[in-house]
Unconditional design. Sequence first.
Length: 411
Amino acid sequence: MKHLLSRLTLAVGLAAPVLLAHADDQVKRGEYLARAADCVACHTAPGGAPYAGGLPIVSPFGTIYGTNITPSKEHGIGLYNDEEFFAALTEGKRRDGANLYPAMPYTSYHLMPRADSDAIHAYLKTVEPIERAAPVTSLSFPFNVRLGLMGWNMLYGKDLKLAPTDGKSDEFKRGEYMVEVLGHCGECHTPRGLPGAMQQDKRLTGGVLNGYLAPSLLATDLAARGWNHQDLSTFLKHGMSAQGTMFNEMFPVFHNSTQRLSDPDLAAMATYLLGDPAPAAKVLTEVPLAQMSPSAQRGRQDYLNVCAGCHAPDGEGKPHIAVAMRGNTTLRLEDPRNLLRVIEDGIGEQQFAGFERMQPMPGFADKLSHEQLADLLNYLRQGWGGQPGELAVGDVQKLQADAPPAEHKAH
C-alpha cells in the first residue's frame, strides 16, 4: 500500500508541472485569440479599464453598450463556466438564458471551435476584475424585447457558411478563419437588410457604418484600389501603407487587434482576401489638370488652399505628418462618402506601430461651400483616384444629409 501511495504521489508530482505548463499555454493562446477576435475594442470604453465594458455601440435600433467581461462575479463573467461562455460566444446566450443583441458578433463566432472559446475564457479569467456595471442597454419597443431575438436567431443567427476550400492552401484556410470567424470582418464589410441581418449573398461587398463606408473586401475590388499581398499585410501590421492609413472604425481594430497578430496570420488574411493567386493590382497614372472637368480644375485651387500645406502641392504627402494622395485608396473608392467625411470631419492624431505618428487633420465643414466641396472632391478623385465621373453639388448635399450626428462620429 505504501508503495502504491508513493507511486501515486510521484505521478501527481510529475504531472503537476505539465498541467501548469498546459494551463499557461492555454492562457497565452487565449490572449492571442482574444486579440484576433478584437474583444477589447467593443468591451472597453474610451479611457476605461480593458474589458470593463461601457462602450456605446450605435446601431439603427438604438445604442447598445459593450458589457463587462472581466472576471467580476457581480458585474462581469466571473460566474460563467466554459459551457456558458461558449454559448454566449457562439449562440448569443447569456448565462441567465437571455439573448444577447447581435452587436455581439456571435453570427460570425458561431463557427469558432470549442477549444478556441475555452482558451479565450481561460485568458479572460486572468485579467483584473473590475467591479463596475456597464450602462444598461435600453432600446425602444419592439427592439427592447429580447425574446424576439429567438426568431431572429432562428432565421439569421447561423447564416454564415464558409465556402468549400478543397484544393486551397493551408495559408488560405487559416486566412479564412481569421477573416470570417475570429476577425468577423463581414460584420462591418457586408450590407445589412431591414431586420439588421447581414446579406450573405453580398458578403464582403461593403457596408455603411455610422455614415462611413466599410469598403468592399472582394479580391477584384481590392486589386482595383491598388492592393497587393505585401501592401495589405503591411497595412494590417502597421496601420499604414502606400495606400494610406487606417482611420475611423478601422483604427481601433488596428490598435487593439491586427498590429498584435503574427506575421504568418496577417499574410494568411491577405492571401484569403486577395485570393491565391491574387489579381494584379491596378496601377493608376495621374491625369493632367487640362484633361480634368471644369469642376475638378477649379478644385485644384481649393486643394492648394486647404490641403497642400500637409499633403504637398503634388500630392506626395509628408512623412509622419500626412499621407500621400497618389495611390490613396480612399480616393479610389467609387463611393465618395469616405473622402467627403474625412474632409468635413477631419481625423484625430493617430499613433501607429513603433514611433510612427500622424498629426491631426482638421475638418473643413465650416470652411468650404457645397460648390467648393464638389470641386475639391472632383479634383482629388479625377486626378489621383482614377474616377472619371463628376460629382454635382446635389450629390454632395445628399451625402451630407446622410451624415450621422456629431456624437456618433468616430475619428
